[in-house]
Design a protein around this ligand. Structure first.
Ligand SMILES: NC(=O)c1ccc[n+]([C@@H]2O[C@H](COP(=O)([O-])OP(=O)(O)OC[C@H]3O[C@@H](n4cnc5c(N)ncnc54)[C@H](O)[C@@H]3O)[C@@H](O)[C@H]2O)c1
Length: 370
């Protein structure tokens, strides 16, 4: 993680809903940032965040008015996706660096336009992929990159959540948006697969569907088979409509020398050292008593949605101060959005989709820049 700087960065926050409230706390508590203003069309929400975290910060209803009246170096945008293109563009027009929540947009042309605008303005544009900074994610990435357990071979990622969209402490817009699971939740999981496995998707096949008791208008079950460019395979099932209220997260990765199994969404990562010879001894279908014993990975304690967001904010502040090149950029996010786009096309057309074909169709340059 980037170390705290000596210069305070003045950060304006747009959106004080479910996610914005977390951002307000994280920015206000950062040793090297000042929460310099809070904007929300629902002013009561902005005032609540102000009262809890930054009593001196001005509150505004309109983003344009806040840009005109509040002195800031950078903006964090935590409003619904359909407002991102407009708000990010306005921030660049004022010469500010931006960190915007995901998805940057559900429209690929808007995403490409924002990347071009960032380049023209010479500003940073980062995206809210905070789960990269969970200790579990960092550890999986370490194993994938270091080959400490040998070469990575394949992964199996499952996320079963009964997320009732009618809860008062959840946002409303996802109930009616197209592809809510893909664009709001699976997008994080696809980003984690890319980031932790340090590999890009070569092709995929996807199916999505809507169980009868779902509270979402569009599909909220997503199943994908991935082939990565380095030959790694992954099998994904994610849903917001389950028939058990217990959150059930499991991400298992097989390496040549053993397995990593993450058994909870924000922790409980265990490592298995593979004993090849054991396959010839004992019973054919081994239980806990006979198989290799999983060993818990020692991880730094982490408050979900707060400590991971702190890591992302630190990356952003370092970039704003010009101390380090960011990695969680819009250009990087574009690769995750291309995966989402490939899923939608695979589901609509049926069959395997090659990522390079979609990249070429949207005229996405190969790499580089922020
Ligand atoms: N990275 C994460 O872990 C994470 C978690 C949850 C949500 N999110 C993302 O955060 C964003 C917001 O989600 P949410 O759950 O907080 O939604 P929400 O509906 O709870 O809050 C959005 C807020 O934005 C305000 N708003 C809308 N348009 C605005 C505008 N033009 N100017 C100013 N304020 C405006 C609304 O009044 C509302 O208070 C989404 O992009 C979502 O995907 C990210």
């Amino acid at each position: 993680m980037c170390p705290a700087g000596t210069d305070n960065v003045r950060v304006l926050l747009a959106g004080a809903g479910v996610r914005g409230a977390k951002w307000a706390r994280v920015i206000a508590e950062a040793p090297d940032a000042i929460l310099t203003g809070i904007v929300d069309l629902d002013e009561a929400r902005a005032r609540r965040a102000r009262d809890e975290h930054a009593p001196d910060a001005p509150v505004e209803r309109e983003f344009a008015s806040a840009l005109a009246h509040v002195a800031a170096d950078a903006v964090v945008i935590a409003t619904p996706p359909d407002s991102h293109h407009s708000l990010v563009s306005q921030a660049f027009d004022q010469g500010l660096d931006v960190l915007c929540e995901k998805p940057l947009s559900d429209d690929m042309d808007e995403v490409l336009d924002l990347i071009a605008r960032a380049d023209e303005a010479g500003r940073h544009l980062l995206v809210g992929m905070n789960f990269r900074y969970l200790p579990t994610s960092q550890r999986i990435r370490h194993y994938a990159r270091s080959a400490e357990l040998g070469a990575l071979s394949y992964g199996h990622f499952t996320y079963h959540r009964q997320r009732d969209g009618n809860r008062h402490d959840l946002n409303d817009y996802v109930m009616t948006m197209p592809h809510p699971m893909l664009l709001e939740q699976s997008i994080h999981h696809f980003d984690l697969l890319r980031y932790c496995y340090d590999a890009e998707v070569e092709s995929l096949v996807c199916d999505t569907w809507r169980p009868s008791w779902s509270t979402y208008e569009d599909d909220c079950c997503v199943s994908v088979l991935f082939r990565f460019e380095n030959g790694v395979r992954a099998n994904y099932l994610g849903t917001w409509t389950a028939a058990w209220n217990r959150m059930d997260f499991r991400w298992r990765t097989e390496f040549e020398g053993g397995a990593l199994i993450q058994r909870e969404q924000f922790g409980d990562l265990v490592r298995v050292d593979f004993d090849r010879g054991l396959g010839l001894r004992g019973s054919n279908f081994k239980g806990d008593a006979e198989a290799e014993t999983p060993v818990p990975e020692t991880l730094t304690p982490c408050e979900a949605f707060i400590d991971d967001t702190r890591g992302l904010l630190a990356e952003f502040l370092c970039a704003v101060r010009g101390e380090a090149e960011p990695v969680t950029t819009a250009r990087d996010h574009l690769k995750t959005l291309l995966v989402v786009q490939a899923c939608i096309e695979s589901m609509e057309k049926g069959g395997w989709m090659k990522l390079h074909a979609i990249r070429e169709r949207f005229a996405v340059p190969d790499s580089g820049g922020s």
